[in-house]
Design a protein around this ligand. Structure first.
Ligand code: SF4
Length: 446
């Protein structure tokens, strides 16, 4: 074997000189490569890939989500043509293995912590001939001691220079099974926890001061494992951090003692999946929300009263939504005390219950995978025509992401901090909304 090249296909590119998030999955897989084998991480969000240098003896690993799969396929075909061995993994390979296997020597289904090491051994022994068509996880890995990021990889990636937001995983899994979400199939139903001392060690060795948790639903741990969260918060409080954010659900508002520990632990914002303010959608929301606007308002107020910000995540286009839902959504958002807002279009991702429904009812639109970016309409809705849903979504996005609304929410977010921290918090108070506005605008220029 000459070397291993791990590739992240382009999605957002650089924004103000840096890529939004670090290639965390690839960093963990690269850390599992034995020291004697050269390994490189190529992130196409940072620079154009030097694909012409790939050749026989190289093992190329490509991670892909549904939205980037077209570019992943182009890279894979080019690498195979030049004689490299190619394996494709990630969410799309896990959820659409048959499709993914059409453009790779091997696919990795699942998390790959163990199968990746097996594949490296197979390739080292026999090259492409040794690669099995499918490497599939048989169990969900215990997160203790798994894929600890190595110093070799930390030095290679230079996160502080190249990325706005380093990613970090502390817990994994979610039992909710919301109709539109892939988490249960990608991360499992059982919540798994990393030992606190391993988390702290990783933060210190990476030298990161800010991070975004990749955890599917960190906030659920407030309810299911409060002791673990308390231990984690106590440990994080001892670090010199600028702030971190996580994906959550509004049940965190029911835990005042953990909310009180949040600011000392440098937790800055919960990204909360309220999803809808239409109670008729409650069956799609996995039990975490009943689509009641008043409950959501109370949760936002409670969380913010502890000094922690709330980013509201909403999904539009459920089968029970009507034009009135869009007006109700706008009324809710403009009167709420949210720090930032993400409003996405319901998307029938492979492997989700919602995709099963639209497939059975023959409602999938024939659109490229690149439209699975939560800003396009990709299925025939129930109470709208496709164009009507698109127009309603555009109307809402224009309202939510107007410069005035972004400024208003950003100023509110900035108001959470003591005056002597305001300059440090300025960028973060506006950048979340700006990023979401960019996603929406991206579709409209296509
Ligand atoms: S609660 Fe969040 S992570 Fe869990 S299934 Fe629902 S959308 Fe997915």
């Amino acid at each position: 074997m000459r070397r291993i090249v791990l590739i992240q296909p382009r999605r957002d590119g650089r924004i103000f000189g840096k890529s939004p998030g670090s290639p965390y999955t690839l960093m963990r897989l690269a850390s599992l490569v034995p020291e004697e084998i050269p390994v490189e991480i190529w992130d196409e969000n940072l620079y154009d890939l030097d694909l012409d240098t790939l050749r026989e003896g190289d093992l190329v690993g490509i991670t892909t989500m549904t939205v980037t799969v077209k570019r992943a396929e182009e890279i894979a075909r080019k690498a195979m043509k030049q004689g490299a061995g190619v394996v494709v993994g990630g969410v799309h390979a896990t959820l659409m293995p048959v499709h993914t296997s059409t453009f790779a020597h091997s696919i990795m289904v699942g998390e790959g912590y163990f199968t990746w090491q097996q594949l490296v051994q197979d390739f080292a022994a026999e090259g492409i001939q040794g690669m099995k068509p499918v490497y599939e996880d048989e169990t969900w890995a215990d997160l203790q001691g798994i894929a600890t990021i190595s110093d070799r990889v930390i030095n290679m990636v230079n996160e502080n220079e190249n990325y706005w937001t380093p990613y970090l995983e502390i817990t994994r899994g979610c039992p909710r099974n919301c109709s539109f979400c892939t988490a249960i199939r990608v991360s499992g139903r059982r919540m798994r926890l990393r030992p606190v001392d391993e988390v702290i060690d990783e933060i210190e060795r990476r030298g990161i001061k800010r991070f975004f948790l990749t955890d599917d639903n960190f906030g659920l741990n407030f309810t299911t494992d409060g002791d673990y969260v308390a231990e984690l918060f106590q440990a994080l409080a001892k670090l010199d951090l600028h702030g971190w954010t996580c994906q959550s659900e509004m049940s965190v508002a029911n835990h005042p003692e953990l909310l009180s520990m949040s600011v000392p632990a440098h937790l800055d914002k919960h990204f909360i999946g309220f999803e809808s303010v239409n109670p008729d959608n409650r069956r799609s929301l996995g039990g975490k929300s009943k689509g009641q606007a008043t409950t959501a308002e109370e949760a936002i107020r409670t969380i913010r009263s502890h000094g922690v910000g709330v980013v509201g995540l909403f999904v539009m286009g459920f089968d029970e939504d009507t034009p009135k839902t869009f007006q109700a959504m706008w009324d809710f958002i403009r009167h709420s005390e949210l720090d930032s807002v993400s409003t996405t279009m319901l998307t029938p991702y492979p492997g989700t219950p919602f995709r099963g429904v639209v497939e059975r009812e023959n409602r999938l639109l024939d659109v490229p995978w690149s439209h699975y970016d939560t800003a396009h309409v990709t299925f025939v809705p129930k109470n709208f025509t496709v164009q009507e849903l698109r127009d309603a979504y555009d109307w809402l996005c224009r309202k939510i992401y107007s410069p005035y609304q972004i400024a208003r929410r950003g100023a509110r977010s900035l108001g959470r901090y003591p005056i002597n921290q305001a300059s440090k918090k300025l960028f973060g108070s506006f950048s979340t909304d700006y990023g979401y506005r960019r996603t929406y605008a991206y579709r409209n220029v296509m």
